[in-house]
Design a protein around this ligand. Structure first.
Ligand code: FMN
Length: 313
């Protein structure tokens, strides 16, 4: 750790490179929890955030699932939004220019029903300026044949990642589903498909029951569990993947403060993402980045990369 020693007052470096995405600090806001940024502009300087991963976008407009779409749980929440979004063209022409004008580092989050759809969105994005990377949500939709989930079948993961890679020169970051038996197998498939980095984890499949109505709370019955409840699962999966796969990891799941973020970095995340935490504290991304910086100063760590994976045995 000698090379990391800093003198009092010396600046620490918290910038990171996530598979080709240059981030001024390692804290991103997670897709679907930060809209297209405008909703948060009164609370946080959008250009100060490591990266804004925008709401999941599909080729066509989607109306999402029937309500109720969210439910509170102990230490977390369930959501079944169903990828409601205005479609890729509206995002590129109406929402992206605003974020660019604000100086934000923007990562697009894409989803599709078929491999061809993912590739088509990537190709649309390729023709535009102002996007730093593509995050692929391969954690929920169905494929044409077999109806298998994209993110739970290694062969499909490899094919869909390769299809997107072939359409874009931007860094491609598949977002892995935790709803699998062997996360390392899926991560390796994404690597084989040409991924530049991995985002993990998406939500854990769950449900809740309304005992008065005697029926499931969510209109969709099942939803994705997020928030502090999933943090230990996320840490364990990142730890496992960091040991086996060489790609940089964007880690997240239940981060509510800088100490949580440091745990993710220490098990191998190069950068972190905050989702549910934005609903509790709309300037949490800035607070967490500041907390990490302070921790580094207090502990005489000059460069954040020295902490990445430091707790992995
Ligand atoms: C309301 C809500 C909407 C979300 N929408 C998306 C989405 O559109 N695309 C996606 O990849 N992940 C989506 N997610 C998952 C988050 O980006 C994040 O991966 C997950 O919530 C775990 O992080 P957290 O515990 O910090 O929230 C959504 C999560 C929530 C709570």
């Amino acid at each position: 750790m000698n090379k990391g020693l800093i003198n009092p007052g010396e600046l620490v470096d918290i910038s990171v490179n996530l598979g080709g995405v240059k981030m001024k600090n390692p804290v991103a806001v997670a897709s679907g929890t930060f809209g297209y940024g405008r909703e948060y502009e009164d609370f946080i300087n959008l250009s100060s955030i490591g990266a804004i991963i925008v709401k999941g976008t599909t080729l066509e407009v989607r109306n999402g699932n029937k309500p109720p779409r969210v439910a509170e749980t102990p230490a977390g929440m369930l959501n079944a939004i169903g990828l409601e979004n205005p479609g890729i063209d509206k995002f590129l022409t109406e929402y992206l220019p605003y974020l660019n004008q604000k100086g934000a580092t923007v990562i697009a989050n894409i989803a599709g029903n078929t491999i061809e759809e993912y590739a088509a969105i990537a190709s649309r994005i390729e023709s535009c300026q102002g996007i730093a990377a593509i995050e692929m949500n391969i954690s929920c939709p169905n494929v044409k044949q077999g109806g298998l989930q994209f993110g739970t079948n290694p062969e499909t993961v490899m094919r869909v990642v390769a299809a997107v890679k072939s359409e874009t020169s931007l860094p491609v970051i598949p977002k892995l589903s935790p709803n699998v038996t062997d996360i390392v197998e899926i991560a390796k498939a994404a690597e084989a498909g040409g991924a530049d980095a991995l985002a993990m984890i998406n939500t854990l499949l769950g449900m809740a029951v309304d005992i008065k109505k005697r029926q499931p709370v969510l209109g969709n019955i099942f939803g994705g569990l997020s928030g502090p409840a999933i943090k230990p699962v996320a840490l364990r999966m990142i730890y496992q993947v960091y040991k086996e796969v060489k790609l940089p990891i964007l880690g997240g799941g239940g981060i509510m403060n800088y100490q949580d973020a440091l745990e993710f970095i220490m098990v191998g995340a190069t950068a972190v993402s905050i989702g549910t935490g934005n609903f509790v504290n709309p300037h949490i991304a800035g607070d967490v980045a500041q907390g990490i910086q302070q921790y580094m100063e207090e502990n005489h760590i000059k460069n954040i990369n020295e902490l990445v994976g430091i707790a992995v045995k």
